[in-house]
Design a protein around this ligand. Structure first.
Ligand SMILES: C[S@@+](CC[C@H](N)C(=O)[O-])C[C@H]1O[C@@H](n2cnc3c(N)ncnc32)[C@H](O)[C@@H]1O
Length: 315
């Protein structure tokens, strides 16, 4: 058939001239990973001052005083981590991190139960529920890891000042907080934290075990944030995990840092700015950053205060 005839027979494509309405598919909001527990001495507000002090490039990283893990989550958000080892002496904290990493759906289900109970009650009954959960201590009641983690998160979100404080017997002892809407589940935040924790080694360990762990895992950079050395006999912020972090423990930590230095591992340590700490780290790079202290024993602001940062590297 000649081309002219064929083209006349072929129907021309119709152009749809109706206005096009693009359908916007809502994307799930994935927040930046950040601490999922409120923690005394948490470093979230100090991140802008700490970031420039960190080494550049991808890091084989360890953090032996994990707490809420503000620095870990920040490095993870910036995709700076090639490997991460996270340790803390607190069994509840380490257990909660592992559950967030490995058993998030089960944890969310338990938190939803806590939230439904708590929010449906009046203030008096909320307090009763809080103390019932607080008194159900894992040492006295059989409790799987998920229930234990849910208990910790629930208490952390509903207690006064939102923190984790234990007495000398290792029992959580903060009072009820009476917040109208304490945000018990926070699923988005937990999803983001869980994603950041995938593939991360989280262990219950004392800082004295650090040099061996660091060698085994070829860690090249360690950030250490021990309980502050108290600035005076009455200002003790370090009742995190039942025991106190004594001056002797600070000296042992300085020995650990010297060992890291001999192993060729870079370290950055933050602490309260006092003569005792400065003496322990003489010979290393010592600087200061400004920290806002917001929690004392009365929950009042104490204003800004210098915090010391010690490094065994310049840039
Ligand atoms: C200042 S907090 C860390 C805060 C953390 N950088 C953050 O941003 O939340 C200190 C942590 O050291 C832990 N800790 C206390 N004594 C320890 C020890 N002997 N070995 C390891 N961790 C210890 C506490 O349980 C606490 O979580």
């Amino acid at each position: 058939m000649p081309a002219a005839v064929r083209s006349r027979a072929t129907p021309r494509p119709q152009i749809d001239k109706r206005p096009v309405h693009l359908r916007v598919v809502p994307q799930p909001h994935v927040p930046r990973p950040a601490p999922f527990l409120k923690w005394v001495g948490g470093k979230s507000k100090l991140l802008p001052a700490l970031r420039p002090l960190m080494p550049n490039g991808k890091l084989r990283y360890a953090e032996p005083f994990l707490g809420g893990g503000a620095v870990f989550f920040d490095l993870s958000a910036e995709q700076r981590l090639e490997h991460a080892l996270l340790c803390d002496v607190s069994r509840d904290l380490v257990g909660a991190c592992r559950v967030v990493r490995d058993e998030l759906p089960a944890l969310l289900a338990r938190l939803n139960v806590h939230e439904a109970h708590y929010l449906s009650e009046n203030e008096e009954n909320r307090a009763l529920y809080f103390y019932a959960v607080r008194n159900r201590h894992p040492a006295d009641f059989a409790m799987d890891d998920v229930e234990r983690a849910a208990r910790m998160l629930f208490l952390n979100r509903t207690c006064f000042n939102g923190l984790w404080r234990e007495n000398r017997a290792g029992r959580f002892n903060a009072p009820h907080g009476r917040y109208p809407n304490p945000g018990i589940v926070q699923a988005d935040k937990l999803h983001a934290a869980s994603a950041a924790l995938q593939g991360v080694d989280v262990r219950q360990a004392d800082f004295r075990a650090l040099p061996e762990l660091v060698q085994d895992q070829r860690v090249a950079f360690v950030y250490l944030d021990p309980p502050y050395h108290p600035l005076s006999a009455t200002s003790s912020f370090n009742a995190y995990s039942g025991g106190q972090f004594s001056g002797k423990a600070q000296a042992e930590l300085a020995d650990v840092c010297r060992r890291l230095d001999r192993l060729g591992v870079r370290f950055l340590m933050s602490n309260s700015d006092c003569g005792y700490v400065r003496d322990l780290y003489r010979g290393f790079e010592i600087g200061t950053i400004r920290a806002a202290r917001s929690i004392n024993c009365k929950g009042e602001s104490r204003g800004d205060i210098d915090e010391v940062v010690v490094r065994n590297y310049a840039d």
